[in-house]
Design a protein around this ligand. Structure first.
Ligand SMILES: Nc1ncnc2c1ncn2[C@@H]1O[C@H](COP(=O)(O)OP(=O)(O)OP(=O)(O)O)[C@@H](O)[C@H]1O
Ligand SMILES: [Mg+2]
Length: 382
């Protein structure tokens, strides 16, 4: 159980005691937060008193009336911003003139709570504000730890999951209320769309799993013999429901060596992503050719497709997290734009490179090249 301090700065004693009463025994919880939050309320009747308490008590949240007897609320806000304090500020105000609102917003106020408010309204605002404060702090912490991408991933994930959930919710309500008729046939397209949405959520969740599996450090203790034939056939099996649907044909060619010494997880990620893209961005009836090769210097995986291809101008951005090519050909294909960025990270762990050659409307070849030393000789180094 964590406690957040809320300072309420308002010259109306009724507002101060109201906030204290309403939030005194309020506690909130969110599935993504580590613990429940309770609140300790501090009160100030003027801006000057507020600043004194801020310096002394370092509250987490500031509820600030603008119209105060001495210095105004926005000046207190300015003070907090100048000092760079880690406090989220919401203005409580009976009337917010546009210029006060703009000024407050520019100085970082994240919310306006209109007076008078009901207990429910105040609690709802505090929930939002607490969530913001939590996310701000997590962002800061993760940034410091150099894990910004992970955070970005989580926020995209939650955002991306919300949209399909809302859509499915809408379709189900439509059915519950029999809006289109009594027969299940009346809902074929709603059911189909719901299933598509579920499929894209599933893909996103798979990406999340990949993301958490990759530690972005090569873990020597996880290294083992990886059978290349199994690796390739697993990737083909994984994508086969979709491939069958699109009538995709696979050609596989494994030369040079049968096994490599590596973390199997890493190579599943590489293979699954490249093969799934080759199917996803292929044309119906197309072919995917998977070639794995090994010589004294290099180990390579190449995955070729006969699909939509990629313009030269778009090639560079493909490997950035969250980047997707948006055009008529990709409009109806869902994805998070994370797969290739994860692949590149994994490949770099093995000091390898990934590149792509492509001709629009003819197809693409993604090739991963890893120095043989990285996947065969580590065993003898142990
Ligand atoms: N084989 C391919 N042919 C054509 N375009 C491709 C191919 N592979 C990737 N792309 C393009 O590169 C973009 C990024 O690919 P990436 O795998 O990172 O993300 P995604 O497939 O959109 O989503 P995710 O893999 O996370 O489900 C894709 O959106 C697509 O536009
Ligand atoms: Mg992909």
């Amino acid at each position: 159980m964590a406690q957040l301090k809320i300072l309420v700065v308002d010259d109306e004693p009724g507002i101060r005691s109201g906030v204290t009463r309403i939030l005194g025994n309020f506690h909130m919880t969110y599935p993504f937060m580590d613990e429940d939050y309770t609140f300790k309320i501090l009160e100030a009747a003027t801006g000057e008193e507020g600043i004194e308490i801020i310096d002394r008590e370092m509250p987490d949240i500031l509820l600030l009336d603008n119209k105060l007897p001495g210095i105004q609320g926005v000046e207190v806000l300015e003070y907090v911003r100048k000092k760079n304090y880690d406090i989220v500020v919401a203005m409580i105000t009976s009337y917010a003139s546009i210029d006060v609102a703009v000024r407050a917003h520019n100085d970082g106020a994240i919310d306006f709570i209109p007076k008078p408010f009901t207990p429910q309204e105040l609690k709802a605002s505090i929930e939002q504000i607490t969530k913001q404060q939590y996310l701000r702090r997590i962002t800061h912490k993760l940034k410091v730890e150099g894990k910004k991408v992970r955070f970005q991933f989580l926020s995209v994930l939650s955002h991306e999951l919300k949209a399909p959930l809302n859509a499915i919710d809408g379709y189900l309500k439509m059915m519950q209320e029999r809006q289109m008729g009594e027969s299940v046939d009346d809902y074929t397209s709603a059911i189909e769309r719901s299933l598509q949405r579920i499929e894209s959520m599933r893909n996103l969740i798979m990406d999340l799993l990949d993301f958490t599996k990759v530690s972005f450090e090569k873990q020597i203790e996880k290294m083992q013999n990886v059978n290349l034939r199994e690796l390739v056939s697993m990737a083909v099996v994984t994508v086969s429901p979709y491939a069958i649907h699109k009538d995709i044909h696979f050609v596989t060619d494994i030369r040079g060596c049968e096994t490599i010494w590596a973390d199997p997880n890493d190579f599943e990620i590489i293979m699954n992503n490249l093969v799934s893209n080759a199917v996803k961005y292929n044309n119906t009836g197309g072919t995917v050719t998977i070639t794995v090769d090994c010589n004294d210097n290099e180990f390579s995986i190449s995955v070729a497709d006969t699909g939509i291809g990629i313009n030269a101008a778009d090639k560079d951005m493909l490997f950035e997290a969250f980047s997707r090519i948006k055009n008529d050909k990709t409009r109806n294909i869902s994805g998070s734009g994370l797969g290739l960025s994860i692949v590149r990270k994994v490949v770099e762990l093995y000091h390898g490179v990934i590149n792509v050659e492509s001709i629009p409307d003819r197809g693409s070849v993604f090739t991963v090249i890893i120095p043989t030393l990285q996947v065969t000789n580590i065993k003898t180094e142990l």
